[in-house]
Design a binder for this molecule. Structure first.
Ligand code: ADP
Ligand code: MG
Length: 389
C-alpha cells in the first residue's frame, strides 16, 4: 500500500500527524478483510540516498501507538532487509518500509526498482493522492506488476475534484486566486468550460486588471501574462468577475502602510495585496446562491494579517453556502483551516500539485494506472478471494 506519510518533522518529532490518520480507514479496511499490509511512502527530498534525518522511523513509532495490530519496520524499502521483514509478516500485521526516496530509482521510476518493490506484495493499493501527479516507481511503476486499486483517500479526491466538478449542480461558481497566473492558465481555461461564473482575486486578479489597461502600481505582470489575461477576458469576460476595490500597501511587508482604493486608484509604487470590502461583499453575494463552489488560491497575501481579510472572508462565505463546497491547493487548504471552517467544507483536498492538475482536467499518472479508478475496493473473503457483490 502506497501512502502519503510525508509529514512535517522537526528534530525527529512529527509536527502534524493528519496524513497518518488519513491513511487509517483504508488500512483498517484491509486488515478487517484479512490482509497483512506492507506500507511504503516517501518523506522529504533525500535525493536518492539514505538520509537519517528523513527516516520514516518516527512515523513507525506513531503508527504503533495508533494501531492495535503489531507494526514492524524495515530499514530499507527493497532488498534482503525488506524481503526478510515481509516473509516474517503474519496475517493482520503491518510493516512500514523505509523512505522510498532513499533510492534514486524511486523518482526516476526505474523498472528494476519498481519490480523489487512490487515483489513485496500481492495486491497494490494506492492511497497517496499527494504524489498522484508524479510518475514514480512506488505509485506508477509497481502497478505494472500487480493488480492495482485506489484506497479510500484517492477515491474521495476523485469523487469531489473529478466527478462532482465534471457534472456540477448549477449555479456553479469557481473562485481563483494565488500568485502566478502562468501556473494556473490551465486551471482557468478548464474551470471556464464548466462554471457559470469565475471570481478572481489575489495576484491573478492584478494581472487581469492590468491587462484591461489599469495601472496596478508596483504589482506588475510580465507582458506574456498580460496577453494571456487579455485573451481570456476577450473570450469569456462576461463570466469573469474581477475585484472593484483593493487593499494596497506602500511595500510588500507585514508592517506596510496600507489603505483601501478603487482598482483605478492604485498609487504609484504601491502593491495590491488583498481584495477590498466592496469586492468581498459582491463575491459573498454571488456565493450565497451557488449550488457548487470550487476554490483555489488565496484572495491576498493572507500570510500577513493586514492582508488576510479577503481570504478569511471568502472562506467564511464559502463555509456558509448551502451547495457542494470544494477546496483545492496548498495555500487555500491552509487558509480554510486558518479561518477555522474546515468542518463546513465538503472536501478540502490533501494534494497541492495533484489537485491543481485535476482542476486543469488533466489525468493523474498515479490514478491512470489503477484498475478500478473510481470504483470502491473489492470485498475479499477469508481466503482473500474477491466476493461477488
Ligand atoms: P494554492 O497553493 O492554494 O494553489 P498559490 O500557490 O497559487 O495557491 O498562491 C498562494 C500565494 O499567493 C500565497 O503565498 C499568497 O501570499 C500569494 N498571493 C495572493 N495574493 C497575492 C497578491 N495580491 N500579491 C502577491 N502575492 C499574492
Ligand atoms: Mg501553492
Amino acid at each position: 500500500m502506497r501512502v502519503d506519510f510525508n509529514v512535517p518533522l522537526q528534530d525527529g518529532a512529527i509536527l502534524d500527524d493528519r496524513r497518518i490518520l488519513a491513511a487509517l480507514p483504508t488500512m483498517n479496511y484491509l486488515i478487517e478483510h484479512g490482509a497483512s499490509i506492507v506500507l511504503c511512502s516517501h518523506l522529504g527530498r533525500p535525493k536518492g540516498k539514505a538520509d537519517p534525518s528523513l527516516s520514516l522511523r518516527p512515523v513507525y513509532e506513531r503508527l504503533r501507538e495508533l494501531m492495535e495490530e503489531p507494526v514492524h519496520f524495515a530499514s530499507d524499502c527493497v532488498g534482503p532487509l525488506a524481503e526478510k521483514a515481509v516473509s516474517e509478516l503474519k496475517k493482520g500485521e503491518i510493516l512500514l518500509l523505509e523512505n522510498t526516496r532513499f533510492h534514486a530509482g524511486e523518482t526516476s521510476n526505474d523498472p528494476d526498482f519498481a519490480a523489487q518493490l512490487a515483489s513485496l506484495g500481492e495486491i497494490f493499493v494506492n492511497d497517496a493522492f499527494g504524489t498522484a501527479h508524479r510518475s514514480h516507481a512506488s505509485n506508477v511503476g509497481v502497478a505494472k506488476h500487480l493488480p492495482a486499486v485506489a484506497g479510500f483517500l484517492i477515491e474521495k479526491e476523485l469523487a469531489f475534484l473529478g466527478e462532482a466538478l465534471e457534472d456540477p449542480e448549477h449555479p456553479y461558481i469557481a473562485i481563483l486566486g494565488g500568485s502566478k497566473i502562468a501556473d494556473k492558465i490551465g486551471v482557468v481555461t478548464h474551470l471556464l468550460e464548466r462554471c457559470d461564473l469565475l471570481l478572481v482575486g489575489g495576484g491573478i486578479a492584478n494581472s487581469f486588471l492590468e491587462s484591461k489597461g489599469l495601472d496596478l502600481g508596483a504589482s506588475r505582470s510580465e507582458p506574456e501574462v498580460l496577453r494571456t489575461a487579455a485573451d481570456l477576458l476577450a473570450r469569456d469576460g462576461n463570466r469573469i468577475k474581477l475585484p472593484v476595490d483593493l487593499v494596497v500597501a506602500d511595500k510588500f511587508a507585514e508592517d506596510a502602510e496600507h489603505k483601501i482604493v478603487d482598482v483605478d486608484q492604485v498609487p504609484e509604487g504601491w502593491w495590491s495585496l488583498d481584495i477590498g470590502p466592496q469586492t468581498i461583499e459582491s463575491f459573498t453575494a454571488v456565493l450565497e446562491g451557488a449550488r457548487t463552489v470550487v476554490w483555489n488560491g488565496p484572495m491576498g497575501v493572507y500570510e500577513f494579517q493586514a492582508f488576510s481579510k479577503g481570504t478569511i472572508a471568502i472562506a467564511h462565505a464559502l463555509a456558509q453556502g448551502k451547495g457542494m463546497k470544494i477546496v483545492g491547493g496548498g495555500s487555500s487548504a491552509d487558509a480554510v483551516s486558518l479561518a477555522g471552517v474546515e468542518d463546513q467544507i465538503d472536501h478540502v483536498s490533501t494534494g497541492g500539485g495533484a489537485s491543481l492538475r485535476m482542476l486543469e482536467g488533466r489525468p493523474l499518472p498515479g490514478v491512470s494506472v489503477l484498475l478500478d479508478k473510481q470504483a470502491p475496493l473489492p470485498v475479499l473473503d477469508e481466503e482473500g478471494n474477491e466476493k461477488p457483490s
